[in-house]
Design a protein around this ligand. Structure first.
Ligand code: NAD
Length: 438
């Protein structure tokens, strides 16, 4: 596989991100890991192996757009580790996708899958473009051409993509269809599990669409139970109203949690009476953003972070909570729906201020857990009922949450470090048993 080192710089601030320069995402995950290495005294040779991805692929591919114009696109796939099973992780469409972001996100998938006891490793990829600038025809052409360019670098027992920011079940259906058609095989059904997060009609699982938001909610319930905090009547702020943010807000509303602040790439809004999370989601589906939603007062990004709420769910981009934002947050708990939303300074400031953090690799693992169920159903030619999927997810999420609580108590560390510690111990056991070949 081609290995190329470049564009490792972090994302610049934009009017809707913070003003200061962001940290490099791969440095953030590395710093987080080092705390866990120390906590469990991980052997230096295993730490060295886990410190870099196995493969980093960058592909430039041409696409003939509907207009007839041919445009070059830049795609990425990073495969971090596969000792526990095939690489697994999302595909992101965003104009700021860069290599170190994919490296960090791929490594987070390794820890997330190990923590959740899934038979998967970690991978992540994307295409550097703004999907909002393209219609469905062109998105299909870009997706199919990217899948073709990935070729045998993905596979149902090798590397299994899924949706992430800017992609959805339709993207996965196109990826699956392209992969099945270019890899002619008598086992066309078996190849369908090359991606998860497909539509139900194409072999997707019941419950996958809402799974990440649902998992976020189980974590919030566990936290509330331990703190003897009554969710009924509490308030919520959500950054990013896409798949994760909107599903979390909708499910929480059934428990009496009111969404009073929300924001996306177009701006931030407040409504002390509470937004209707379903109507808000319908608006975003139609308009592709929160922009123009009636029934909320426009506020600044700074005011959004300072919202007087009980629960704060970052569910947009990474590196949104630096020290400036962490000083302003008034919530009792930050539940990381997004991957890597808190940088190292933000983490420290939240801890100093006594604000709890439920870390990404635990909080947003519901998506990959149900992706695993989809992959299993495809493998066995089964189709599970929605309630079966949800009850399996619930059992697993609550068990994982409790394992993190126990580990944090045993090691006297925060939940993030405890989550990494569990994942690293699982990986260490395998490396110790198998050794390093030759
Ligand atoms: P999505 O594309 O459905 O939604 C992303 C949201 O973030 C949108 O509302 C968008 O407007 C907002 N956003 C983008 N740029 C922004 C900016 N600069 N400022 C404020 N808001 C901005 O994506 P998603 O699938 O909901 O993913 C959101 C996060 O959750 C990502 O970090 C992703 O990696 C993570 N995640 C997703 C899943 C999943 O199953 N979809 C699973 C685990 C983790």
């Amino acid at each position: 596989m081609a290995t190329k080192k470049e564009d490792t710089k972090s994302r610049e601030g934009s009017p809707v991100t913070a003003h200061h320069q962001r940290q490099n995402l791969f440095e953030v995950v590395t710093a987080q890991l080092h705390k866990a290495y120390d906590a469990i005294k991980l052997e230096s040779d295993i730490a060295a192996i886990l410190s870099q991805p196995k493969n980093e692929l960058i592909i430039h591919f041409p696409v003939r757009l509907k207009s007839g114009e041919v445009r070059m696109f830049k795609g990425y796939r990073v495969q971090h580790n596969n000792i526990l099973g095939p690489y697994k992780g999302g595909v992101r469409y965003h104009q700021d996708v860069y290599l170190d972001e994919c490296k960090a996100l791929a490594s987070w998938m390794t820890w997330k899958c190990a923590l959740a006891k899934l038979p998967y490793g970690g991978g992540k990829g994307g295409v550097k473009f703004d999907p909002r600038q393209y219609d469905a025809d062109d998105l299909e052409r870009i997706t199919r051409r990217f899948t073709h360019a990935l070729g045998t670098n993905i596979g149902p027992e090798y590397d299994i993509p899924a949706p992430d920011m800017g992609t959805n079940s339709q993207t996965m259906d196109w990826m699956m269809d392209t992969y099945v058609n270019i890899n002619s095989s008598v086992d066309r059904q078996g190849l369908k599990r090359v991606v998860t997060g497909k539509s139900i009609a194409c072999g997707g699982s019941q419950g996958r669409e809402a799974a990440t938001g649902q998992g976020v909610v189980y974590c919030i319930q566990e936290w509330a139970h331990a703190k003897r905090f009554n969710l009924d009547g509490s308030t919520l702020a959500v950054q990013g109203y896409g798949n994760v943010g909107s599903n979390a807000a909708r499910i929480l509303s059934r428990m009496g949690v009111t969404l009073t602040a929300v924001g996306d790439h177009t701006g931030y809004y407040r409504n002390p009476e509470g937004f209707n999370p379903h109507k808000l989601a319908d608006h975003v589906k139609r308009q592709r953003s929160l922009d123009g939603y009636p029934g909320g007062q426009k506020i600044s990004r700074e005011e959004f972070f300072a919202s007087e709420v009980d629960i704060f769910v970052p569910a947009a981009l990474e590196l949104q909570i630096g020290s400036d934002e962490a000083k302003e947050i008034r919530a009792k708990v930050v539940v990381e729906g997004a991957n890597g939303p808190t940088d190292t300074d933000g983490d420290r400031v939240l801890a100093e201020r006594g604000i709890d953090i439920i870390p990404d690799i635990l909080a947003n693992s519901g998506g990959v857990i149900v992706s695993y169920y989809e992959w299993l159903q495809n493998k066995r030619s089964e189709s599970w009922e929605a309630d079966e999927v949800v009850s399996r997810l619930e059992r697993r999420m609550r068990r994982n949450y409790q394992a993190v609580v126990d580990k944090a108590r045993d090691l006297k560390v925060d939940y993030r470090t405890a989550s990494y510690a569990i994942a690293l111990e699982r990986l260490r056991d395998v490396y110790r048993a198998r050794g390093i070949w030759p």
